[in-house]
Ligand binder design. Structure first.
Ligand code: FAD
Length: 331
């Protein structure tokens, strides 16, 4: 066990652009590595991605392992599992962290099984205990409990982390680190799937996790018509539309807008909750917003407990008045 050292982050990139979630986790890996006195390492996998290594150093990596190969251009479970397991078996990291993205959720369990170690999915916090073990913290039992999970007997300790819950480290232009190119052993026959074509989703994707301003609607919005008002407010503010699960389950808006424990975790500068009561599962996804404004006709709604500004009133009167004011102010 003592051979295992350093904290690794599996870095996701799409078309040679780093994903925010990887930078968020790298910031956390930096903090944990400092606490343990070990290195924070980024594992960058893809094809022609070496150019991204310096950026990872500026965001906190001491070492960047670049695994570059034409067969790694697009993500496949087989290829990525193989090259990361090969590297981990030879360099023995103590911890490997992944984003809880579609790719991370596919890759991490495969690596865990292959390396016969544990994995905690969907962590919302991490820490190091007095024995140097990774504390993997996540909500359990529908958010009623916070579980702290450890993996004392196997290595590496592994976790996936939800996008948006950790703060991205500030970029430090002066940081120096090491870039190590790894020559992967990978052949076509190692990959059992073939990517024939990649079809990008035609509809505009809601990028809640990266939005600075989110206007969210809940059951109080009353129906799909009511969401037009939410959209209008979001548009004048230059923001995007979020929703509570009640609104999604009612079929008023698609599930990619859902904020909360089973939706997205967001950290915007401004979050306006309209007709949302403030259930714990909703707050789990937006409590980290810098400024929270709540519009609700019930003065006792729990959302007011966490709101920075509260407007008690009917959203069908308050929002049109707000839109008018904002339009006026813009003139
Ligand atoms: P309600 O609780 O019904 O609140 C509606 C609010 O609108 C009320 O406060 C009311 O006063 C107000 N209102 C009504 N009319 C008006 C009006 N005209 N003007 C102003 N205000 C008005 N929920 C999530 O949001 N996200 C999640 O990810 C999520 N995950 C969950 C996971 C689990 C395991 C469980 C058990 C639940 C989860 N929930 C989640 C559901 C959550 O518990 C609540 O049921 C849900 O958030 C309620 O949505 P809401 O606030 O829109 O509706």
């Amino acid at each position: 066990m003592s051979e295992y050292k350093d904290i690794w982050v599996f870095v996701e990139q799409r078309e040679q652009k780093l994903m925010n979630v990887s930078l968020e986790i790298l910031g956390e890996a930096r903090r944990l590595a400092d606490k343990k006195g070990v290195k924070a390492c980024a594992v960058l996998v893809g094809y022609e991605v070496k150019g991204l290594a310096e950026e990872l150093i500026k965001y906190g990596a001491d070492v960047v392992y670049v695994i570059d190969h034409p067969l790694l251009k697009n993500y496949t479970t087989d290829a990525y599992t193989k090259v990361i397991c090969d590297l981990a078996n030879s360099l023995k990291p103590e911890v490997i962290l992944y984003g809880a993205t579609y790719i991370g959720r596919d890759l991490a369990p495969r690596i865990a099984a292959r390396m016969r170690t544990g994995l905690t999915a969907d962590c919302t916090a991490l820490d190091i205990d007095e024995n140097g073990l990774l504390l993997q913290i996540r909500p359990a039992f529908g958010g009623n409990l916070i579980a702290t999970i450890i993996c004392p007997e196997r290595r590496p300790q592994m976790a996936t982390i939800r996008p948006g819950v950790m703060k991205k480290a500030l970029m430090d232009e002066g940081r120096r680190g090491e870039v190590i190119e790894i020559k992967p052993v990978i052949e076509e026959k190692d990959i059992r799937t073939e990517i024939i074509s990649i079809i990008k989703e035609a509809r505009q994707k809601v990028n809640l996790e990266e939005a600075d301003i989110i206007v969210s609607g809940g059951r109080g919005v009353g129906g799909p018509e009511g969401f037009k008002l939410i959209e209008e407010l979001a548009e004048v503010l230059g923001g995007v539309v979020g929703a509570s699960r009640a609104a999604v389950e009612a079929g008023w808006i698609s599930s990619d807008h859902q904020v909360g424990q089973t939706g997205k975790t967001v950290r915007p500068k401004l979050y306006i909750a309209c007709g949302i009561s403030g259930a714990i599962q909703h707050i789990a996804g937006m409590g980290g917003a810098k400024t929270i404004v709540a519009i609700n006709k019930n003065p006792d709604a729990p959302i007011f407990k966490i709101a920075d500004y509260g407007i008690v009133g009917d959203l069908f009167k308050v929002i049109p008045a707000l839109i008018e004011e904002i339009k006026e102010a813009k003139k």
